[in-house]
Design a protein. Structure first.
Length: 145
C-alpha cells in the first residue's frame, strides 16, 4: 500500500454520542419549533417515524441545535456578542410613531422609587393584612352585623 492511497474515514453518524437517538433529527426539530410546534407535537412526530424519546430529550436536542446554529451565525458574522445592538426597551417597542403634522417634544418619564428595603416593604404589607382565617371570619361577621 502506497502512502498516496490513504484511506479517508467518513462517519455515517453525526458527531456526538451514538446513543442519542434524536440527534440526527435536531435540525428538523429546530425548524418545527421555529414554526410554532410544541415539544410534545415534535415528540409525537418522532415517535411516528420510529424514534421514541421523552419530551425532555426533544427540548434538549432543540436547545442544542439552536445553540449550535446561533453560535455558528455569530461566529460567521464576525460580530462579537458584546458588540450587538442594544435591545429595545418596552416603551420603545410600544411607542406610537410620531405624527408628521406636529413636532413632538421629548417625553419626560418620572420614576418614583421606594427607598425602603424589601424586608420593610414586606413587613408593611403583612402588618396591614389579617392572615388568621378565624380572626378574619370574626371581623367579617362584625362588619355584616
Amino acid at each position: 500500500m502506497n502512502r498516496n492511497d490513504a484511506i479517508k474515514l467518513v462517519p455515517s453518524e453525526p458527531p456526538g454520542r451514538s446513543s442519542r437517538k434524536a440527534r440526527r433529527f435536531a435540525p428538523e426539530m429546530r425548524a418545527l419549533r421555529a414554526q410554532g410546534y410544541t415539544f410534545e407535537a415534535i415528540r409525537l412526530a418522532l415517535a411516528s417515524s420510529g424514534v421514541h424519546v421523552s419530551n425532555a430529550t426533544v427540548q434538549r436536542e432543540v436547545a442544542r441545535a439552536t445553540k449550535a446554529s446561533s453560535s455558528a451565525q455569530s461566529a460567521g458574522s464576525g460580530v462579537r456578542p458584546d458588540e450587538l445592538p442594544p435591545v429595545l426597551t418596552e416603551s420603545q417597542v410600544y411607542a406610537s410613531p410620531p405624527s408628521t403634522n406636529a413636532p413632538q417634544s421629548p417625553q419626560v418619564v418620572s420614576v418614583v422609587t421606594d427607598m425602603r428595603s424589601g424586608k420593610e416593604i414586606a413587613e408593611a404589607f403583612a402588618s396591614s393584612r389579617i392572615t388568621n382565617p378565624l380572626a378574619r371570619a370574626r371581623l367579617n361577621a362584625k362588619d355584616s352585623s
